[in-house]
Design a protein around this ligand. Structure first.
Ligand SMILES: [Ca+2]
Ligand SMILES: [Ca+2]
Ligand SMILES: [Ca+2]
Length: 192
């Protein structure tokens, strides 16, 4: 009787695409960037051949609702309408899926943080304040808070001691593009 050797051939396990990025990849985009601005290009590798190694890219799940798009072939992440606004939201977490075209399909998901960079796109606005020195004086500001006019009655002698009005301002931008503020008189009109 001869010895017999039985060899089992296991099917080769299909590989899934691998996205080459770190877990905490940090990207940025200025809030005034135009639609289509390239933010990053993701690349994935797949060791299989043919369709099983043909990789396409997409945004995963809730990331599809974000103002970003990824090109299915190139993996390029771009800004999409309605764009970003630092004052509304200053960071996002984007999840990317790389899928092959094999059967069954293999996929890998990874993500990146996108921070929004502030741009000086807001001007200071006055905060409406009460006049000082008695009810004879008044402060009128435009609806957008951009300009204020102080009306002073000649009889308001207390104004000499207390001042005419207390003016303050705010700016919706970050501190670098906001205060501290400088105030100056644009015009002084003498009344009747
Ligand atoms: Ca803005
Ligand atoms: Ca500003
Ligand atoms: Ca801004």
């Amino acid at each position: 009787m001869t010895n017999q050797r039985v060899v089992f051939y296991l099917p080769l396990k299909k590989q899934q695409p691998l996205i080459s990025l770190s877990l905490f990849l940090k990207l940025s985009i200025a809030e005034d960037a135009e639609d289509g601005r390239v933010i990053y290009r993701f690349t994935a590798t797949d060791r299989d051949s043919g369709k099983a190694g043909n990789v396409t890219y997409a945004l995963a799940g809730d990331s599809q609702e974000l103002p970003f798009r990824v090109h299915p072939i190139t993996g390029t992440l771009v800004l999409a309408p309605p764009g970003v606004d630092y004052e509304l939201r200053n960071s996002y977490f984007v999840r990317i899926v790389a899928s092959d075209d094999g059967t069954p399909q293999k996929r890998t998901e990874n993500g990146a943080y996108v921070s929004v960079e502030d741009v000086n796109d807001n001007r200071p606005v006055f905060r409406v304040t009460a006049p000082l020195g008695g009810s004879a004086n008044s402060v009128q500001c435009t609806a957008d808070g951009a300009n204020c006019t102080v009306h002073v009655h000649e009889s308001s002698s207390d104004s000499v001691v207390h001042g005419l009005a207390h003016l303050n301002a705010t700016d919706a931008d970050s501190s670098e593009n906001g205060g501290p503020f400088k105030f100056k008189l644009l015009d002084v009109n003498e009344g009747e």
